[in-house]
Design a protein around this ligand. Sequence first.
Ligand code: ZN
Length: 235
Amino acid sequence: VSELDTLYELQVLDSTLDQLDYRRSHLAEREALAAARRSLAAARDSLEANRTRQSELDAAYEASERSAQELDAKRKRLEAQLRTIVVTRQAEALQREIATVRAEHEHLDDRGLELIEESEALQAGVAALEHEMAEQERAVREATAAYTAVVAELDEEIARVKTERGEQAARVDPTLLATYEQMRPRFQGVAVAKLNGARCSGCHLDLSRVELEAVWAAAPGTVVECPQCARMLVK
Ligand SMILES: [Zn+2]
């Protein structure tokens, strides 16, 4: 086995690691988990909005009840006053005032009913929203489990290939290894290509007859470059 063959085996392991890294960062399970989390956040927001509106309605209802009590007290006071009055004009003025208070009270009652109706409608929706929340929480739990499982599986494989890669790197001539490490980033991770017939596995281009002959004529152990892409070529 030549030095370049040993290096090529290292290249194969590095390419495998690159592919595993790519898979790990482009997992469908990661997207699914993100989508599930977004749905859960939306369900939580809806429930939260329902509760916020309900407490606003409760506060508004309490305020309207207090105003109604004040109006009742005012009306009683005016009615008591009315019983003591003998002058017709004064009595008429009081009666008009009492009528105004009654109208205000009626208006408050109507508003109170509206508040209760809206509150009841919101109450009726709570169960469905809570059910939706529970569903989305379950979906997030499942998506998390699926993502965690697939990542664990990949990490195990990555660790295994990395060990193998370390062992293989130790077999490569240090100078050649250094050249290889330097070249890799410039060649999208593939610094060593295989010559398949006349074709370079790095750039997928065919070498001309003259170029091929030059490659084959090179002394064993000499590093030959692909004339097209400049990767190291393994015969
Ligand atoms: Zn090439």
